[in-house]
Structures are given as structure tokens and as C-alpha cells.
Design a protein around this ligand. Sequence first.
Ligand code: AMP
Length: 484
Amino acid sequence: MTFQALGLIEPLQRNLAALGYQQPTPVQQQAIPAVLAGRDLMAAAQTGTGKTAAFALPQLQRLLLEGVTAPKAVRTLVLVPTRELAEQVYQSFRSYGGNLPLKCAVAYGGVPIEGQISKLRKGLDVLVATPGRLLDLHDQAAISFELLQTLVLDEADRMLDLGFERDLDILLAAMPKQRQTLLFSATFSDAIRQLASGMLRDPVTIQVSASNTTTKTVRQWLIPTDKRSKPELLLHLLQKHRWGQVLIFVKTRKGVEALIKVLQEQGYTADAIHGDKTQPMRLRALDRFKRREVQLLVATDVAARGLDIEALPQVVNFDLPTVAEDYVHRIGRTGRAGMEGEAVSLVCADEVDLLRDIESLIGKVLPRSEEAGFEAEHRVPETGAKGAAIAAAKKAAAEAPRKKRAFTGPPGGRAAAQAQQGGKPAAAAKTGAGRSASPRTASSKPASAGTIVVSAGRGAKSLARAAGKAQAQSHPRRGKGSAR
Ligand code: AMP
């Protein structure tokens, strides 16, 4: 299959050849002819599948061949949930449409609105915008939807997650009913289906992979550990695997900053992306990471969606995401466009419930792999389809009086367990963040199916803590956390 066979004109084919795209991806093969034919689209496609080109290429072609814009008017409007994604989709339009006589611009909050108003004054062919800023522009009568030919909603599920539904309603009411609408979403949830039913006319439905599946080119596994050991474990993994560029996800802004400090103290170049950073700071951090000026990018889920970082081999979930879908989006940063990638999650006792949600969402059990010297004091139970019985048993155990709860592990506590394995107690794990990854004779070994159990006495307490949230929160070592 070639881009020519999909009906794309020569100037676009040339631009794609210059970018090194040899053949269309599955979502492009299905979407491009439908969009060129003017059909509405409902596409379940994750980041990394080539979805941006799937809507940008046929849009550019239609804009080039049909009509012209007028002052304040926009002919193709692409709505995206975040500023980072807006910037990235805009850059994609620029590179796919390089040399074409079309005017594209991007508009998002956090930067002055005046420049965006002045770009709109003469009219645009393509505007990529976040809903909030678009509403501001609309309120200020800086934009007209009169000539709007196509509306694209990119990452629509994320838009709903971020609470843009009301903004969308207002904006949709101001748009012409006669238009083409393309809806892209990582998942087809009930909320998305409802949104689609109100705005799409006889859409072509595309599903490039089963919803909520994680990309096959990403090798995923998890390392059970304790919360306080995570910084040391990460330093150890960086050293052991000699990873190059790594995108590291942390739950909170405070957590990101604390980890950056640890990494920098150890001589790593690291930058942060989270909600407290201004937009220029976030873009600069991403740019430096993309240009390989920094090795490590530490981010909250703000950065999880849409960031296009080519050929990224490694993602680390330092903390599991609180929303299971974000796991799919996070690991979508790697293994893109057919390349291989790895995603490793460091999982501690109070994340066992989150893990269960993730495994049941993706429909598979993540392989567990112990890291000697960093073993968890808790067990990470097998969940998902294979582990349904175990999950049910755990639930029953959680509901039973605590003293009756089963615990499997060698007698004699952590020290005995380590002695049994020929290891020493992990002194470093007790030092907490900020110490160097002491050289260890660490080895990674696959866990026996189902559970990983290291210690008895304290492990039993950890298991109890994992099952009881209230108890977990009162644990003195547990991080306080902060808003995302
Ligand atoms: P997207 O899913 O749109 O974020 O695209 C993911 C990555 O795939 C981006 O780096 C694109 O540049 C790349 N890409 C998109 N389409 C193709 C293609 N047909 N051939 C090679 N790479 C592609």
C-alpha cells in the first residue's frame, strides 16, 4: 500500500518521502480515503499509531483543492486537550504541509492571546487549539466559524477527562451543522459514544487495535519494591541497563521535583514537566529532551498524552497512574511506529489496587521481575483475567478479619529472606532518596508465576497496609502527595 494509492496528491507524497515515511500505517490506510471523500470519522487510535497524519494529510489536500479562507475565518479546526499536544499537532501540519500555500496557526492558554488574535485577523486554513483558549478567542469575537469545513477532535477521551465538556458544548453550538467531523479517541467509552452520537453523521468507524490494548511492540514488566526504595532502584536500573533517554512518570509535582534532585545529585541530566511549570518552561524541557540535551525527562500525567518523542526506547513508571487508562497513554510514548520499546513499572504496596485496575483494563498480567537488593516486603498479586481467582480470594481476605489473612513467605523476616537468597539487607533502601546507587551484585530474575514474596513478618504488615487504605495513609514513611 502506498500513499499514492490512498489518493494523496504529489506535493504531499513528496513531503512524506522527505520525512522518510515509506508506507501508510493501518489507521492512515483506513482514514485517509474516508476523509478525502468527506465522510465523518470515529476512530479509536492511540498516540503512536500515526493518527495525526491520518487526519492532517487528507485535510491539507482538501484545503489545497477546495476554497479559500477569509478574515477571522478558520476552515479546519483541530481541538486538542493539552498545550503540548497542540504544539505537536501544529508542527505535524507544518511538516506534512511544508511548501503548500496554506496558513496554519496554534492557539492555547498560558501565553499572550494577542499574537493569536493577530494571526486570525487575516483568516487561517488550519487552527490547532485547546478548548479553553478557543472559547476566549470566540468570546472576544476574534474568530468566525462561518467557513468551518472540518472539525477534528483529537484525544477526545482526554478532553472529557480534563473537564472540557462544557466548553465543547458552547463551541459546538456556535459551529455550522453542515461540516465534516473527525473524532479520534484512545478509547470508545460510553461518554465518547454519547459525544459522538450528538456530533457525527453516519461516521466511518475505525478501530486500529482493540480498545485499551497496550502496543505490542512495548515490552512491559514490573518490579515489586517498597516506596522508599524507588529512587535507589531507579538509579540502580539506569546504571545496570545503561539506558539512554528515559521518560519517567511520577504521580505528583512534588514527587517530580524530589526525584529530579536525586537524579541531578547523581550526575544525570534531568528536566521536569508538570503543572507548576509555565508553558514556555514545559516546551523548553521537551525540546531539550527531544534534542538529547538532557537524558531524563520526569513528568506527571500532564505530559502523558500526545507528546511525540521519536524513537524513545524507555519509559519508567516510577509511580503507577491513578487512572488506569493513563497507563496505556504513558507507555504509548515508546514502541512507536513499529519500533521496539520497554516500559517498566516500580510497584509498591499501596499501588496494588491501581495495578489490578491496569491489568484488568489491558487484559493481561504484567510479568513480575525481582531486582535483588530491592525486593518488596509485600506481595504483588497476580490480577487480570488469569488472576481473577486470586483477586477474588484477596477481596475475600480483605473483608475477613485481618488476623485470618493468609501470607506466604519464608519465616524469619526480611533478613532471613535475604540470607536465604545469599543477599545482604539493602542498606541503601534504608537511606532513602539522594544516595548513590551502591554497586551491587544485583540480578534480575523472573518471578514465579502469581506472586512475589520476600519477607514474612514485616511483609505481612505491608500486605495488610495494601489492603487497608486508611492504614496506608497513616504510614509515617508514605509520601504526603500533592495535587497533579
Ligand atoms: P502519531 O500517532 O500521530 O503521534 O504518530 C506517531 C509517530 O509516527 C510520529 O513520530 C510520526 O512522525 C510517525 N509516523 C506517522 N505516520 C508514519 C508513517 N506512515 N511512517 C513512518 N512514521 C510515521
